[in-house]
Write a protein that binds this ligand. Structure first.
Ligand code: FUL
Length: 535
């Protein structure tokens, strides 16, 4: 065990477990003058809180965008839409939640208020709510019905409360709006039982008075901790990090033990600017980056993505529901890339999930259950404590056909693996199967079908001793992209040209090369000829 000079304030954050190892729960301050070796050892010992650990184990969760926009066909309402527009004919919270439960989802998050400011519960803070809608003669409460349904089906319940409010007159008058916002939060967190996640998106426009709102995140988070000590706070909170895109694509290298300062911290901007980081940065936790940081956090990624192009329901998008192949890919790039998947399935104007969406999430659930029904590795779940360079061989069940590798770290002891290799053994020889960088809670890798007798895993790089808690091999049925008229993989890219940016490496057919761009940059491709591709 190395010795560090640790400021006294930090000592209280240091936890010690039975084995004598030291851990930093959620947050570590990196002492000035620490060597690179000491710094990386600290990063290896940042661990999740119990709430963060339980959240990570949820894996697949549902998001519901449902409110006034559903009835105006908008994505962002203006805040001046009449409450009279909210009048679902068949809203059925139980049917919605039952579908999610049946699809293997462990919890859901509901947009109790979106940017338009319309509250889907009868709040005392504003007249702009369901209580002034014709639905159930103004006696309805969407939040309550969804919450009760979650209780009935054993699902966790979370709320999205948009900080940006285009209806509230106080918006932009910072102290007054902060008070109003905390009152709304207090209602949601006091009157609806246990809330497991509080989700604040980052969208923040000008108020009607032209002033930009300065949110009091410190007070907001303190209120959540007081009222719902088991809840995690997401995106503008400090427990769960936005993955950085809304396309369902987690990073291949995804550090939960990251140096990216959480959204709610007052010094977030200064800390992240000094490291050149934003939510979209490719690297949030490499050795090189950590060596330049002053703090490290347990701040794991959540992948939020909609099953349709929009977050809210629009009937013209009924033919654009993501295909099973697309959703499975998202699953591998989220749950399989050390993230929780928050899949948005928006109720339609009836107040029910659309039949196409219901069918698709059932297909996804059936596919995942079938793929991961039986681990073909014998004793894959015995704990392996691996130093850098260590290898472990695992026997496979006789005759097992496999093409999917699963590996997990015991993240209760931190995230440590930086580089690993998987090989298969058949016909008397070892073959390359797959390789990866980070593991974290779970990593899934796909490779060609094979029937190995055994496999060999090599931990090529790790920070401190890696704690490998589970190794698995599975067979995933091949999927055809049903939505595509011409499979993208069959389109000849030889004639493609990059327009504007020099981005040809994005489509040169070589998986080893990549076009790298910071922030939001357009990738424009001249395909050379017209081709009807769909999906
Ligand atoms: C964004 C919002 O602007 C979208 O409307 C949606 O709610 C998404 C999940 O978060 O910030």
């Amino acid at each position: 065990m190395k010795k560090f000079i640790i400021p006294s304030v930090l000592l209280s954050l240091l936890l010690s477990c039975g084995s004598g190892e030291k851990y930093f729960e959620k947050h570590a301050v990196i002492p000035q003058g620490a060597t690179n070796e000491e710094i990386i050892d600290i990063a290896a010992r940042v661990t999740p809180t119990r709430n963060q650990l339980e959240w990570q184990q949820m894996e697949l969760t549902a998001f519901i965008h449902y409110g006034i926009n559903t009835y105006t066909n908008r994505e962002w309402g203006y805040g001046d839409e009449s409450p009279k527009l909210f009048n679902p004919s068949d809203f059925d919270a139980e049917a919605i939640v039952r579908t999610f439960k049946g699809a293997g989802m462990s919890g859901m998050i509901y947009t109790a208020k979106h940017h338009d400011g319309f509250c889907l519960w009868p709040t005392a803070t504003t007249e702009y709510s369901v209580k002034n809608s014709p639905w159930k003669d103004g006696k309805g409460d969407v939040v309550r019905e969804l919450r009760n349904a979650c209780e009935k089906y054993g699902m966790k319940f979370g709320v999205y409360l948009s900080p940006w409010d285009r209806n509230a007159v106080s918006y932009g008058d910072s102290p007054a709006y902060n008070k109003f916002f905390i009152e709304q939060l207090t209602e949601l967190l006091s009157n609806y039982g246990e809330v497991h996640e509080v989700w604040f998106d980052g969208a923040c426009g000008e108020g009607p008075n032209g002033k930009k709102q300065e949110y009091d995140w410190t007070a907001i988070l303190a209120k959540i901790r007081e009222l719902q000590p088991k809840a995690v706070t997401a995106i503008m909170g400090d427990d769960v990090r936005w993955v950085g895109n809304e396309g369902g694509l987690g990073r291949e290298t995804e550090w939960s033990a990251s140096v990216f300062a959480p959204g709610s911290y007052t010094h977030k901007k200064a800390a992240n600017d000094s490291l050149g980081l934003n939510e979209m940065s490719k690297d949030l936790g490499s050795r090189e980056l950590v060596a330049r940081a002053q703090e490290a956090y347990w701040y794991p990624s959540e992948v939020d993505v909609s099953i349709r192009p929009g977050w809210f329901y629009h009937d013209y998008q009924d033919s654009q529901v993501r295909s099973l192949a697309n959703l499975v890919n998202i699953y591998y790039r989220s749950v399989g890339c050390n993230s929780v998947l928050l899949l948005n399935i928006p109720p339609d104007r009836r107040g029910l999930l659309h039949e196409v969406d219901v069918q698709r999430i059932k297909e996804l659930s059936d596919y995942i259950s079938k793929t991961f029904a039986e681990n073909q590795v014998v004793n894959g779940n015995s704990l392996w404590k691996a130093e850098a360079g260590a290898t472990m061989e695992y026997t496979l069940k006789p005759g097992a056909m496999v093409n999917t590798f699963l590996i997990q770290e015991d993240i209760a002891q931190g995230q440590r693996v930086e580089d690993f290799l998987v090989e298969t053994y058949s016909n008397g020889a070892w073959q390359y199967a797959a390789e990866g960088t980070t593991i974290g809670y779970k990593r899934l890798l796909r490779f060609s079908d094979c029937q190995p007798e055994k496999i060999r895993v090599t931990i090529r790089g790790t920070r401190a001793t890696a704690n490998i808690s589970n190794v698995g091999m599975y067979y995933a049925e091949p999927l055809v992209e049903q939505n595509a008229r011409v499979l993208l993989s069959h389109v000849n890219t030889a004639e493609w040209k990059s327009v504007g940016a020099d981005a040809a490496m994005a489509f040169d057919g070589n998986r080893e090369t990549a076009w790298t761009a910071e922030g939001l940059s357009a990738l424009i491709v001249d395909m050379g000829k017209e081709e009807a591709v769909k999906g």
